[in-house]
Design a protein around this ligand. Structure first.
Ligand code: HEM
Length: 401
């Protein structure tokens, strides 16, 4: 009797599992078919600005400043995003000698030229947490002493050309309107419901929920072993491009990082320290760009869509070297905290494009200004003989290797 019951239960569970698998496959097939149809080109090469974008941007800034204040620790106001740094390190960015003519634009105009830069490596979360927590990892690069007029007229950033990235390939919202509704819901603690704004299934953003879940990934073994993407598009002269930074250990002397204790809260900083400061081994990357091919679905106004590498592969434009150094001093960490990166610290040849980038312009500026003001950051002269661009509130701390 009992045996027959177990057999019956087993058959029932088996059928249930089979039904679920078949339904899953059908759903997946429908999804693939739908997106293949929806995400087919051609697309516009121009920006398209929604009428309500400016008003939504103002509301987002108010929310962002509120969040910064919520996450304020006892002593300092941190960034609204990417609050925890693994370190700020000096880097050299050298334009490739044989760079293709079409890519010789802006800071890449002169093959072989080497730019001095700061690189800040971070976790994406709004407040510092253990590195083993699932999260995005950020890389921000600031080329220094770049001549030419910048898109933002702030004299403190007159010499800056910034590249701001994190290590997923797509953003979890498409545009400013979706960012506003998602951000507002998340601020109310609705992490998953943020992707289901109403009962109407047409408003559900299941694909974006999956992107958000994928963005919150386990940590790499070191911050120098993951690829960082611009995700949003930019100009490169007359081209529309996305850019990324990929690890290029082949450009550096061979080095193997000893296994790190990933239970330690700051093991990503430890890994960086082990390589650059203890083992005195440099880290190498390449900066690459991907051109928009508007015949295919490579939109400007939707950051949730990755541009296909099969259609338009990334091409290297510069080598990045992070020399061996001591970087983990109190002064340099404070300096790092006081840096401000903004994709709009840029030459016109590198102008950020698309709604999410337009939004970032004022949000980064507002949050940076707010935290500097709240931290009563004093503008002091840079140490004598530093020679790394204009004396700014950003460059008051230790700047040596
Ligand atoms: C393409 C998508 C995005 C990428 C790749 C990105 C990446 C980053 C990175 C790496 C940082 C840290 C910079 C540093 O080290 O100082 C950062 C900071 C920040 N991000 Fe984003 N982000 C994106 C979109 C956004 C959006 C849509 C918003 C809000 C509208 C936003 C708001 C901020 C803010 C407020 C900061 C801190 C700015 C400061 O206080 O200096 N980000 N972002």
């Amino acid at each position: 009797m009992l045996k027959r019951f177990w057999l019956w239960l087993g058959r029932l569970l088996g059928k249930l599992l089979l039904t679920l698998i078949v339904l899953g496959l059908i759903g997946w097939g429908i999804g693939e078919g739908y997106y293949a149809w929806k995400f087919s080109g051609p697309v516009s090469t121009q920006e398209e600005i929604a009428a309500d974008e400016a008003a939504l941007t103002r509301l987002i800034i108010e929310d962002a400043v509120r969040i910064v204040e919520q996450h304020r620790d006892n002593t300092r106001v941190l960034r609204d995003a990417h609050a925890k740094a693994h370190g700020c390190v000096r880097a050299e960015v050298q334009v490739l000698d044989d760079l293709d003519e079409s890519l010789r634009q802006g800071v890449f105009a002169e093959p072989g030229h080497t730019w001095q830069a700061w690189m800040r490596l971070s976790n994406g979360n709004a407040y510092p947490q253990f590195d083993r927590a699932r999260d995005a990892r950020g890389m921000a690069i600031k080329l220094l002493d770049v001549p030419g007029e910048k898109l933002m007229k702030n004299p403190l950033h007159a010499g800056d050309q910034d590249f701001v990235m994190f290590n997923n390939t797509a953003f979890f919202v498409r545009d400013v309107a979706e960012y506003r509704s998602n951000f507002a819901a998340q601020a109310d603690g609705k992490k998953v419901l943020a992707f289901f704004p109403s009962w109407d299934p047409r408003t559900w953003e299941i694909r974006h929920l999956f992107i958000a879940l994928k963005t919150l990934a386990p940590a790499p073994e070191t911050p120098v072993a993951t690829t960082y993407n611009s995700i949003a598009p930019f100009k490169l002269g007359s081209l529309n491009i996305k850019y990324r930074v990929v690890p290029a250990p082949q450009n550096c002397p061979p080095y193997e990082l000893p296994e790190q204790n990933t239970d330690l809260p700051n093991f990503l900083r430890n890994a960086l320290y082990q390589q650059l400061s203890l083992d005195r081994a440099p880290a190498c990357f390449e900066l690459q760009v991907q051109k928009q091919n508007a015949q295919y679905y490579m939109p400007i106004e939707d950051t949730s869509v990755e541009w296909s590498e099969k259609i338009s592969p990334f091409e290297s434009v510069a080598r990045i070297t992070v020399p061996a150094k001591d970087f983990d001093s109190r002064e340099q960490n404070l300096f790092c905290d006081n840096l401000s990166f903004n994709p709009w610290h840029a030459l016109a040849e590198h102008r950020p494009i698309g709604g999410i980038n337009r939004l970032r312009k004022s949000v980064y500026e507002a949050v940076s200004a707010y935290r500097h003001q709240r931290n009563a950051h004093v503008v002091a002269p840079a140490p004598a003989g530093v020679g790394l661009g204009p004396v700014t509130s950003n460059r008051t701390a230790e700047l040596s290797d």
